[in-house]
Design a binder for this molecule. Structure first.
Ligand SMILES: *[C@@H]1O[C@H](CO)[C@@H](O)[C@H](O)[C@H]1NC(C)=O
Ligand SMILES: *[C@@H]1O[C@H](CO)[C@@H](O)[C@H](O)[C@H]1NC(C)=O
Ligand SMILES: *[C@@H]1O[C@H](CO)[C@@H](O)[C@H](O)[C@H]1NC(C)=O
Ligand SMILES: *[C@@H]1O[C@H](CO)[C@@H](O)[C@H](O)[C@H]1NC(C)=O
Ligand SMILES: *[C@@H]1O[C@H](CO)[C@@H](O)[C@H](O)[C@H]1NC(C)=O
Ligand SMILES: *[C@@H]1O[C@H](CO)[C@@H](O)[C@H](O)[C@H]1NC(C)=O
Ligand SMILES: *[C@@H]1O[C@H](CO)[C@@H](O)[C@H](O)[C@H]1NC(C)=O
Ligand SMILES: *[C@@H]1O[C@H](CO)[C@@H](O)[C@H](O)[C@H]1NC(C)=O
Ligand SMILES: *[C@@H]1O[C@H](CO)[C@@H](O)[C@H](O)[C@H]1NC(C)=O
Ligand SMILES: *[C@@H]1O[C@H](CO)[C@@H](O)[C@H](O)[C@H]1NC(C)=O
Ligand SMILES: *[C@@H]1O[C@H](CO)[C@@H](O)[C@H](O)[C@H]1NC(C)=O
Ligand SMILES: *[C@@H]1O[C@H](CO)[C@@H](O)[C@H](O)[C@H]1NC(C)=O
Length: 545
């Protein structure tokens, strides 16, 4: 099969751009590619800030039926970083943040920066699918938060790897936004029938499915800003969930008294205005998800009508979780707890039996390797840190032979800045609410090992702050993470987790996939820990005294 090469299309009008591309491409490729290949198509639907821990899937009944029930639902899916840009970079590159170097949502932190464009963008999994695996690729929606920034090439920059490109300029919006349609700016206003972004992304995806070439397999990534703020619902959904409030789980509106500094500064109980705000936000999030549910249904139906559903893998997931009131933090992500690092993940596809639930530990760094594996591309040829979970979905892998540890890394925002609304807390804090609850700070910088093995469900985290604070949770015994057991857990387990964290923080490629603490093949050599990391361990011991 002929490769797509660097051909890129452009079209003056929204709905004709695909048609023009296809016509040109058919002309260029002649008729050599008649469809004999049955390589599967792949669709990735990525939502923004969709949790799984606080009810985020509730409004998505059609999605659960059409993707989850038709395939596999993962109950232990995590992100490598609970923030949009680093997480999206992990999805695209298959790497942990310490290897892709996108550390926050700003250009300085490499979010869509020139350095990212030069060193990482050419190696993303869509770029490999297009250049080496013969796929036509389509992107529509939010990419990396700073995409479109004038210092990063503006909307003229079309990332390598995409045959058809519809990229949202900068961060999440529902109306009054600019799209890059194959490198040309297209401005949108606030007319529901023409501009509501979730619906427009659905329409453009349907157009792609209608007009793409038929002889090449395709990869389609649809990336909705929903349910991210500003939570603008479609008109028909503005009155939905009228009586819904954020869940009052055991960790709602309580003081995280044995947690790190940032959590301890949150005021408890929360002010009434904060509670009002978070309940409204919660409702708004669910309302915007009803349009996402429609989008999923439209895409699945169109694939069915075209006879392609049975040869298409469909992934549904999110870039990070979310919280509304947990440990008295009003609304945001960026924390190490389950509500922020756990995400939904459902996949259907040709070799996946329906109605399956998998408890295997998977992470967003695995999406690229899995999709490349489906496309028949040897993941060992890449630098990716994640691993393909295709064998899990095909029933060829069981609990005893699957990995048990993943890494979560986060670098707090707010360095060298003072939040004018919170002078009391000094410089270095950010995301502050009017009543001075700050949800981030430069020293909210941490790394965790999240372990899920048949015999254990643990989280071990270390902070890069003045206290080298440590948090440990036994999620089996304490699913709401109410009690930090750093000072009471068996010291041997603690040292092993500390060792494992240091290995993962410096891992790359294959070394990120080595046996975890609860794997019988794990070799723990305390001498190695003492010699190479003695400074850190002694500080850790201080902390735990
Ligand atoms: C989804 O289904 C559940 C269970 O049947 C139901 O309680 C809920 O109201 C449904 N959600 C929507 C948005 O229809
Ligand atoms: C940005 O990415 C480049 C290239 O990977 C790297 O050299 C640089 O250190 C990164 N910047 C930050 C702040 O991590
Ligand atoms: C869109 O922009 C118009 C004109 O500036 C403004 O009146 C309107 O309120 C905006 N709507 C939204 C939803 O942002
Ligand atoms: C999407 O397509 C439908 C059907 O053609 C149309 O009614 C709707 O207005 C379109 N919405 C947007 C935002 O383009
Ligand atoms: C806050 O709400 C609670 C419960 O609804 C109420 O009892 C209390 O008086 C309110 N406080 C203020 C300051 O409005
Ligand atoms: C997939 O569906 C198409 C159209 O309905 C049908 O022709 C084909 O035989 C199906 N293939 C498989 C593997 O079920
Ligand atoms: C990839 O590398 C692993 C570990 O070295 C090996 O077990 C596997 O067979 C390799 N896969 C391919 C397709 O080469
Ligand atoms: C799990 O997989 C391993 C390795 O493939 C195999 O030896 C073992 O019998 C399997 N166990 C179960 C319960 O299927
Ligand atoms: C993002 O990271 C860069 C590099 O460390 C830093 O200069 C910048 O201040 C960070 N941005 C925020 C908002 O913290
Ligand atoms: C932030 O402040 C530190 C210490 O004051 C300084 O060394 C560093 O250069 C500053 N970074 C930036 C990006 O301004
Ligand atoms: C974190 O930073 C804040 C703001 O600079 C400071 O007040 C606090 O003491 C720091 N905490 C730790 C544990 O480093
Ligand atoms: C975690 O809690 C479970 C259930 O209480 C217990 O069986 C297990 O030993 C605990 N694990 C650790 C490492 O403390």
């Amino acid at each position: 099969m002929k490769k797509m090469g660097s051909f890129r299309c452009s079209g003056p009008k929204m709905f004709s751009f695909l048609l023009i591309c296809v016509t040109l491409w058919s002309h260029r490729s002649g008729s050599s590619g008649a469809s004999s290949s049955r390589r599967p198509n792949i669709v990735l639907i990525l939502t923004d800030d969709l949790d799984v821990a606080i009810g985020g899937l509730n409004p998505l009944n059609k999605t659960k039926k059409l993707i989850g029930d038709a395939g596999m639902t993962f109950t232990n899916a995590f992100v490598a970083s609970p923030l949009c840009c680093p997480s999206r970079a992990s999805i695209l590159t298959g790497k942990y943040p310490h290897n892709h170097h996108v550390i926050n949502n700003t250009l300085d932190g490499n979010c869509s920066s020139k350095a990212w464009q030069k060193s990482e963008e050419p190696h993303t999994f869509p770029a490999l699918l297009k250049a080496s695996a013969g796929y036509q690729t389509f992107f529509a929606g939010k990419y990396l938060n700073q995409y479109g920034h004038s210092e990063a090439g503006g909307v003229e920059h079309v990332p390598l790897g995409w045959s058809y490109w519809v990229g949202l300029d900068k961060n999440s919006k529902y109306y009054n936004y600019t799209l890059s349609v194959n490198g040309k700016a297209q401005k949108h206003g606030a007319d529901y029938s023409k501009d509501y972004l979730t619906d427009l992304l659905a329409n453009m995806s349907l157009d792609f499915l209608q007009y793409k070439t038929s002889y090449q397999p395709f990869f389609m990534m649809v990336s909705t800003p929903a349910p991210h703020s500003p939570w603008t619902a479609a008109p028909q959904y503005q009155n939905s969930f009228k009586n819904t409030k954020a869940p009052r789980d055991p960790n709602f509106n309580i003081h995280g008294k044995d947690k790190h500094w940032l959590i301890r500064q949150a005021k408890t109980p929360m002010s009434n205005s904060s509670i009002q705000f978070l309940d409204d936000a919660f409702r708004g999030r669910w309302q915007t998800l009803l349009s996402v549910d429609d989008l999923v249904e439209k895409i699945v139906k169109r694939l069915e009508v075209r006879g392609e559903l049975n040869n298409t893998y469909i992934f549904f997931t999110s870039d990070n979780g979310y919280h509304t009131g947990q440990f008295s933090l009003p609304v945001d992500k960026r924390q190490l707890y389950e509500f922020d690092i756990r995400v939904p993940l459902m996949v259907r596809g040709p070799n996946i039996k329906p109605n399956q639930i998998s408890q295997m530990l998977v992470a967003n760094v695995d999406l690229g390797p899995t999709i490349l594996d489906i496309a028949g591309y040897n993941v060992n040829k890449t630098q990716m840190d994640g691993m393909s979970f295709l064998p899990v979905m095909e029933g060829k892998m069981n609990g005893t032979s699957w990995r048990t540890d993943i890494l979560v890394e986060y670098e707090g925002e707010g360095r060298n800045k003072s939040d004018p609304t919170c002078p009391l807390l000094g410089p270095g804090v950010s995301e502050c609410f009017p009543d001075c609850v700050c949800e981030d700070s430069y020293n909210n910088t941490y790394a965790c090992v999240r372990t899920i093995a048949p015999s254990s469900n643990l989280q071990y985290c270390e902070f890069d702050d003045n206290e080298i604070f440590v948090e440990v949770y036994n999620v089996t015994a304490d699913p709401y993470q109410l009690t930090n057991i750093a000072k009471t857990i068996d010291k041997e387990v603690l040292e092993k987790m500390n060792h494992r964290l240091m290995m993962l923080q410096s891992c790359s490629g294959q070394s990120c996939r080595t046996p975890g603490v609860y794997d019988p093949r794990y070799k723990f050599d305390p001498r190695q820990m003492f010699t190479s990391h003695s400074w850190r361990l002694s500080r850790l011991r201080q902390t735990l005294k």
